[in-house]
Design a protein around this ligand. Structure first.
Ligand SMILES: *[C@@H]1O[C@H](CO)[C@@H](O)[C@H](O)[C@H]1NC(C)=O
Ligand SMILES: *[C@@H]1O[C@H](CO)[C@@H](O)[C@H](O)[C@H]1NC(C)=O
Ligand SMILES: *[C@@H]1O[C@H](CO)[C@@H](O)[C@H](O)[C@H]1NC(C)=O
Ligand SMILES: *[C@@H]1O[C@H](CO)[C@@H](O)[C@H](O)[C@H]1NC(C)=O
Ligand SMILES: *[C@@H]1O[C@H](CO)[C@@H](O)[C@H](O)[C@H]1NC(C)=O
Length: 615
């Protein structure tokens, strides 16, 4: 009987009410491997709304943590006890002690409990300005989750035991509602009966031939195809474009990636065409853009790299997961292209050991973009998605964009990079790159736990600093990168002379004596790196001239390739504008009060009577 007035109150007080009432949140993912904890989220009236649907009649916990562990986390706990919903804002200190937050920043919008499940829905600001809450940005966040079969009692939440976990997600991804017709044709690139090794981490590589089409097709969507039951085993998938000059013998077998016995052909597959990670979604091309297949310029061979995560060393697992490629002959207006921008992958990318923070920069130089765009598309190209890529020491990556020395809006950033969560980020608005612009991929690494140098390279213990840009219309520019000067790097550690001509790789030092006859890698490792030396080295490296890499497809080059350029004189590192309480600088979320109330009120009529409301 009291339901009516209470519902109304809920709508007015809680902001956007009616959350559980069928207004779907755009993003949804399963957090636990057993199908008991679903998370949905999305923007709502300038805030972010979350819905937890959990198989328990006790409490449900959710939060954000710097590392995925319990320490220094921002936590919210809620449930329904004796027919009354509750929701409380907590935080943990560095010792993982749970404390109630004096400033309560989570607003309960909806709660329900039946005999098997608890559903709670709440909103919060992106930036609460409470030191005990974490700010939500476009960067990757480590969400943590837990539940218990009992509700929170007088003494606070009881320890959740093993009903807990963590997951990396990006919460501010724009919504992409690209519904394909059920008749859209597709082909699959899936592994066949891969025996998963009994070790924690396996990267499995398999080359595929793209089906031969008689006419031009456009790929319009790529979706993961995960073998049932392997939802937590298949951790991420990358699809690379390979050189076209192979015969089909390379297709015959899959192999562990980055392995000495891996076929050489795999090394030609470098440009990332698609990336998916657990918790991520499929990728749809914008309505006016498609990835061309079926013409001589298009990819013929691709490499599928699947990361299997087997932390409990389960034996006998056989996997058949991969990707589904939807395509159409209804050709869209533009062909999509992909550019790799950043630091050329090589041993000249050097990172000293023991550094809590070391920055590298990869330059897609003004000279390269001038030449390639002038020749092919003087009116510019339009970027619609970016994948930021580093390896295990990577902590943050930003793709900076300059025009005539002025810094434009960041193309993409991730201040909490997680190697195991890589996906193309859609730009909120397409960003145009003009001839003479330049791009800098700025990477931040942590090598505190490493005793030796980290080098640029393919294996996950080596490093990269790359951005992959998806754009249109397609031009003949596949790589726009830079290599830092090595001789000046070696001078920093005191190298005077190397043996010339260079006949061995890595090349050998001639003088001074302490490095004589050592390879440059051994010399770098022999140097006594302190944090102070590391910092001065970092300053030096960022100011060194770079060798310009500016490549076309099939190993062809723009004429600028091989030239030397100076890195632009810019503010380093990138300084973000301060956040404004209640919202995030980078967010496009906006308050829309009239809409909020309207939806809250119109939904009242359809409210099932079993739903409990916060009063
Ligand atoms: C309880 O609610 C959950 C979540 O809405 C639903 O999936 C489940 O079927 C419900 N169970 C019963 C017994 O009604
Ligand atoms: C295909 O490549 C393999 C290995 O590079 C080579 O041994 C073989 O002769 C090639 N076959 C054809 C038909 O070119
Ligand atoms: C790019 O240019 C090279 C050399 O000029 C040419 O061989 C190649 O076919 C071109 N590729 C595309 C996609 O236009
Ligand atoms: C360094 O190598 C050169 C050429 O192999 C050799 O002649 C020389 O004796 C070596 N010097 C030292 C100090 O090992
Ligand atoms: C608020 O929502 C209404 C209804 O959808 C829309 O017409 C209006 O443009 C929105 N206002 C803002 C500021 O977003």
């Amino acid at each position: 009987m009291r339901a009516g007035p209470l519902l109304l109150l809920g709508a007015l007080l809680g902001g956007a009410a009616a959350g559980g009432s069928g207004r779907p949140l755009p993003h949804r993912t399963l957090l636990d491997p057993d199908g008991g904890y679903w998370l949905s989220w999305g923007p709502r009236g300038g805030r972010l709304a979350f819905r937890l649907e959990v198989r328990t009649a006790g409490y449900v916990g959710f939060g954000f943590s710097p590392t995925g562990a319990m320490a220094a986390a921002d936590i919210v706990v809620g449930g329904v006890a004796h027919g009354r919903p509750y929701l409380q804002d907590y935080f943990t200190n560095a010792n993982r002690e749970l404390k109630k937050d004096t400033q309560q920043d989570y607003h309960l919008e909806y709660a329900m409990e039946n005999s098997t499940h608890t559903v709670i829905e709440f909103t919060r600001e992106l930036h609460t300005c409470d030191v005990n809450d974490r700010t939500l940005t476009e960067s990757t966040v480590r969400v943590i989750w837990a539940y218990h079969h009992e509700d929170v009692g007088e003494g606070g939440p009881k320890y959740h035991g093993s009903n807990r976990g963590t997951r990396s997600l990006r919460l501010l991804n724009p919504e992409k509602t690209n519904v394909l017709s059920a008749a859209t044709p597709y082909f699959d690139l899936v592994n066949q009966d891969v025996p998963i090794p009994t070790k924690g981490t396996t990267y499995w590589c398999q080359m595929f031939k793209i089906p031969v089409f008689q006419e031009k097709h456009h790929v319009i969507k790529v979706e993961p195809v995960i073998q049932r039951g392997h939802e937590s085993l298949v951790h991420h998938i990358l699809l690379y474009q390979c050189s076209s000059s192979f015969n089909d013998s390379v297709l015959d077998y899959g192999h562990e990636c980055y392995h000495p016995n891996m076929p050489d052909a795999f090394l030609t597959c470098e440009t990332v065409m698609f990336a998916w990670a657990i918790g991520g979604e499929g990728f749809s091309f914008p309505p006016h853009v498609g990835l061309s297949l079926g013409t001589p310029l298009d990819p013929h061979y691709v490499l599928l790299e699947v990361h299997y995560d087997n932390p409990t060393y389960k034996e006998g697992l056989i996997d058949n997961s991969g990707l589904r490629i939807f395509h159409t002959t209804e050709i869209r207006k533009y062909d999509a292209g992909a550019i790799e921008a950043g630091l050329w992958v090589s041993l000249f990318h050097t990172i000293p050991p023991g550094m809590p923070e070391f920055r590298s920069e990869g330059h897609c130089t003004l000279e390269c973009l001038q030449e390639a765009l002038e020749a092919e598309k003087p009116s510019g190209i339009h970027v619609f998605a970016v994948l930021l890529h580093a390896h295990l020491a990577g902590r943050g990556i930003r793709l900076r964009h300059f025009r005539k020395g002025e810094e434009m809006r960041l193309l993409a950033y991730d201040d909490d990079f997680d190697f195991n969560f890589q996906e193309f980020q859609y730009l909120k608005e397409e960003q145009t790159i003009l001839p003479g612009d330049n791009l800098i991929t700025e990477c931040r690494y942590n090598t505190k736990d490493r005793g030796r140098m980290t080098w640029g390279g393919l294996s996950t213990r080596n490093e990269m600093c790359l951005s992959y840009l998806l754009y249109y219309p397609r031009i003949n520019l596949t790589r726009c990168a830079s290599i830092p000067d090595i001789m000046e790097q070696l001078q920093f550690i005191g190298v005077k002379e190397i043996y010339r001509p260079v006949t061995t790789w890595p090349f050998i030092i001639k003088s001074p004596k302490q490095y004589r006859n050592l390879s440059f890698m051994d010399a770098m490792n022999k140097f006594k790196w302190t944090k102070k030396e590391g910092l001065s080295f970092n300053k030096l490296v960022l100011s060194l001239p770079v060798n310009v890499r500016c490549s076309k497809t099939d190993n062809a080059e723009w004429s600028i390739q091989g030239m030397t350029a100076l890195p632009p004189d810019i503010e380093r590192p990138y300084k973000a504008e301060p956040l404004v309480c209640g919202t995030s600088r980078s967010s496009s979320l906006r308050r829309n009060v009239s809409l909020k109330l309207l939806v809250g009120l119109t939904a009242l009529g359809s409210m099932p009577s079993s739903w409990h409301w916060w009063s």
